[in-house]
Design a protein around this ligand. Structure first.
Ligand SMILES: [Zn+2]
Length: 149
């Protein structure tokens, strides 16, 4: 089964090796669709959307939102930006593991990581069930790139 969460961020960029108005600095409100594939776990979820949001915020939005993309990604066309985002998120099971170790995790999110039978906080093995399936990055309302790794 697939789950998708949608994010937006605002960034400036300009294109190099390009001749036209996009070679000048301008901005977009990008829409990013993150789709994961996984099995429904014992708690009824593939992934808690709150956890997915934390991961995308930490590894993507905090680095790109209200930034000049050229400072982060060389020649940041939508195609190159989506490749960069894929690179940030591709080790999703590892990012989830790290999330479980975050001491600032709220109580609600800790419950998500708890095994159904145990009272104690337990680590879940996401590696077998969850993977990044697709990224869709909308640069305008009518133009997007789709990447599946
Ligand atoms: Zn542009």
């Amino acid at each position: 089964m697939f789950v998708t969460k949608i994010f937006t961020f605002d960034s400036a960029h300009f294109l190099t090796n390009y001749y036209g108005k996009c070679e000048r600095m301008h901005g977009h409100t990008y829409t990013l669709e993150v789709t994961l594939e996984g099995d429904v776990q014992s708690n009824g979820l593939i992934i808690d959307f709150v956890v997915l949001k934390r991961i995308v915020k930490k590894h993507v939005l905090d680095k790109l939102d209200h930034q000049t993309l050229n400072d982060v990604i060389e020649n940041p066309s939508a195609e190159r930006v989506v490749l960069w985002i894929w690179d940030q998120l591709k080790d999703l099971p590892k990012l989830l593991e790290a999330e479980q170790d975050d001491p600032n995790l709220g109580e609600d999110i800790q419950k998500y990581f708890k095994a159904e039978d145990g009272k104690d906080f337990q680590k879940m093995d996401f590696g077998k069930t969850l993977r990044l399936h697709e990224l869709k990055l909308w640069e305008t309302a009518t133009s997007c790139v789709v990447y599946r790794g």
